[in-house]
Design a protein around this ligand. Sequence first.
Ligand SMILES: [Zn+2]
Length: 417
Amino acid sequence: MKKRRRRRRRAGFRKLPVFLLMAVLAAAAALGIHQIMRGECGPGSDAGSAVLMGAGGRIEEAVRDTEERQETQQKLQEPAEEMTGAEQTAQDLEADSSGKYASDPENAPKLRIVLDPGHGGPGITDEQELGAIYRNTYEKYLTLEIARALGEELSQYGNVEIFYTRESDTALTLKERAAYAASVDADVLISLHLNASREHNLFGSEVFVSAYGEKYAYGSGLGSRILSELVDYGFASKGVKTRLGSHGDYYGIIRECGSLGIPAIIVEHGYMDEDRDWGRMDSEEELQELGRRDAAGIAAYFGLEKGRTLAELMEPELELPEISPVQPDITPPEEVWYTLSRVSENSAEITLYAEEPESSLMYYDYSLDGGETWQSAQEWTEEGPVTFAAEISASQESDLIVRAYNTYELRTEAERR
Ligand SMILES: [Zn+2]
């Protein structure tokens, strides 16, 4: 993986034209788009592309080092810019006798963070461009709103430079997004998404990271800080996870960035097709709050301070995995069974047991009609078994099905004991 180097000076980040976003949202609302496809969100796997772990990164680095040297030489030939009074005062405020804060914030070390609003584009030939489609809107608009708020919030901290893979409704391949991140010499790419599930019954936030070595360590460290902010906001935690495909990391954006030496993570904030989660993203204010939560997690992981520019950037702690790649859980919960005790003629208390040694138990649900319809899934919050009350008569007991899910959405029907 790429080591942090001295940072070049860059122009400040570009602000998203708000009027454009508003126009786009208004257009979407006017179209009255309904659920025209099963809107399962996935950053896509781009399975056909080649993976050149390591080699690509080194070449890239050599090219960039040359560019950097040229730029430094150019800078030496340029006359020094004169400092205005206001700038001088700002720098005096930044300066600190401890040396903790940068006396020259412009030249202080900076993290180069690429925000990648998931999806984008008209979706005429490629439905993936739209992302999930629910509630008369598209995921691609909502991720853009989150990215804008995240960038604005993060820019209030020192030591960061923010870049966007897209700032409007444009189509980009995953490869193009990764190439853009490399072109701006990114330290990390954060891909922003919203989820949906096949049966519209799941909820919660999750983060996908590379399964490999240092990239796993970096991604899981950063991802868990972001996730804990989202959990504070009210989302259930589905954890920080890996997913492998035949070409390495399953998700294309993680794999493409990885091949260029850039750690990338995917933040799935919550489910558009689930009422509890939707309640935390159903307005502009809510989406902006998601962006601010992400920013707080990022700032916490890198030790950034609001309104202050640090003289030194903290090297993030990397807990290397014992075995790489870090395997995802591919088996459902085991030893799943329940007991039922009658409370009254029409109600019973059910206790559900399950074991999940590889990941964690995440949800449970049940059907009273042999699987025709399902009660909404509930979060498995206990360490051990869960106990819940069900409105069920004695004659319905033979049609009862109870299921336990893990964080990988794999589930097992419980046996009655
Ligand atoms: Zn998505």
